[in-house]
Design a protein around this ligand. Structure first.
Ligand code: NAD
Length: 422
């Protein structure tokens, strides 16, 4: 069935179809067995819950919530919590699968998970959001925990939601359990550098891709789709590296012609959107994808780069800040055009890498300086980037294929070594 994507284009392939077809390709390229396909293409645990919420006017509304633990083979599962009206079980499974390959690619001792509630958080007051977050947490409480599954913020959630999740879990445990979620406020055991980590990682991936393509960052231009927790911090970090950020966008559309990223951020914070910032011109999200820039960073939702939008892309490098922003057809078109695509599981892994640091700090009750976080993020990400680019060169595959081969290969190897019980 054809579905309409949240970015306006008709889509014939769901994020789960995309994720499964990428897995199939990795299994074939690694010459793994059908047994491997059977174990790796199936989520380990899927929980669907009803989340009743009392609205401020006394009405009680029901929302669907999910938590998918795709894999626990390499350690506790780990993945974000999304509040968005369009999420469903298939998409949550797909995103949990991506988290599994991402954690293996970056060699973090985690499996993969994802969760969320099908709700538009913009329609909730702060008190309603708190009640929804706490009830969702208590519904998934039996399967989460610092040794089991560790949620983090994703689209539509932030450190405020993580504080409520941590508190709900801790109240039920009877003592404080900071390690149950990451992306918490610093005063509750959060890590320095976590807020900007995904965007900082995207900027590191951009820097390396520019180096490989022989482009001077001080002469490079970039357009960023999505100006949330990933897009904003990525834009700021790239600007600090010397790139010229020429366009940014959010769900309402995009703008060009601003002088710097901070001015747009201040305007968007005060007005709820980048649209209408003084001195800027409006462009659509689709026009932004087709701008004549060196680098394009999709940092919004899935399915931005498709059969219909990929032919318009003029960037030489695409660095995927969002999860699953490219459909297989869009990917093929970009590959044919010779665009260097840094795939999501590598490009946006900075978030889970610093989440891992936060979890380690919480376990040890010993907290790192901002420079330690930054150095360790850079070294893990650089190791992964080098592994992917070397695998891509040695096996003549795209960076996406190389990243998937490394991630999937590590999970398959862990499965084999652990064996099948009973
Ligand atoms: P967010 O909610 O903070 O921001 C999302 C941004 O995308 C907002 O600016 C929103 O207006 C915009 N947007 C939404 N729908 C859009 C549309 N149809 N067209 C254009 N823009 C649209 O979310 P986030 O945390 O920044 O996550 C963005 C993406 O990055 C998601 O795919 C998420 O899974 C992925 N990601 C996030 C993290 C993280 O640490 N937050 C880590 C890895 C990957």
């Amino acid at each position: 069935m054809t579905k309409t994507s949240s970015q306006g284009s008709a889509r014939s392939e769901s994020p789960l179809d995309t994720a499964l077809s990428q897995l199939r390709r990795a299994i074939d390229q690694l010459q793994l067995s059908e047994n491997d396909w059977n174990t790796l293409s199936t989520p380990r645990r899927v929980l669907e819950v009803a989340v009743p919420v009392r609205r401020d006017d006394g009405r009680v509304e029901m929302y669907k919530g999910y938590r998918v633990q795709y894999s626990t083979t390499r350690g506790p599962s780990k993945g974000g919590v999304r509040f968005h009206q369009d999420i469903d079980l298939d998409e949550t499974v797909a995103l949990a699968m991506l988290m599994t390959w991402k954690c293996a690619l970056t060699n973090l001792p985690y499996g993969g998970a994802k969760g969320g509630v099908a709700v538009n958080p913009k329609t909730l007051s702060q008190a309603e959001n708190e009640r929804l977050t706490r009830r969702y947490t208590s519904e998934i409480l039996p399967i989460i925990g610092p040794e089991r599954d560790i949620p983090a913020p994703d689209v539509g959630t932030d450190e405020r939601n993580m504080a409520w999740m941590m508190d709900t879990y801790s109240v039920n445990a009877g003592y404080s359990v900071p390690g149950v979620v990451t992306g918490k406020p610093i005063v509750l055991g959060g890590s320095l550098g976590r807020t900007s980590a995904t965007g900082d990682g995207v900027a590191i991936a951009v820097r390396e891709a520019l180096r490989i393509k022989g482009i001077d960052p001080h002469r490079a231009t970039v357009a960023v789709q999505g100006f949330g927790k990933v897009g904003y911090w990525a834009a700021l970090a790239m600007e600090n590296m010397g790139l010229k950020v020429v366009a940014v966008s959010d769900v309402n559309g995009g703008v060009t012609g601003f002088s710097n990223v901070s001015s747009i951020f201040d305007y968007a914070n005060a007005n709820g959107s980048v649209i209408g910032a003084p001195g800027t011109e409006n462009i659509s999200n689709e026009e932004l994808l087709g701008l004549d820039v060196d680098v394009l960073v999709p940092a919004a939702l899935a399915d931005a780069i498709t059969e219909s939008t990929a032919p318009k892309i003029r960037a030489k490098i695409v660095v995927e800040g969002a999860n699953a922003p490219t459909t297989p057809a869009g990917d093929e078109i970009m590959n044919d055009k010779g665009i260097l695509v840094v795939p999501d599981i590598l490009a946006n892994s900075g978030g889970v890498i610093v989440s891992y640091f936060e979890w380690v700090q919480d376990k040890q009750n010993y907290f790192w300086s901002a420079s330690e976080v930054k150095e360790n993020l850079n070294s893990i990400l650089m190791r992964s980037i080098t592994e992917v680019s070397e695998r891509s060169a040695s096996q003549q595959v795209t960076w996406r294929e190389a990243a998937n081969m490394i991630g999937v290969g590590r999970v398959a190897q862990a499965h084999r070594l652990r064996g099948l019980y009973p």
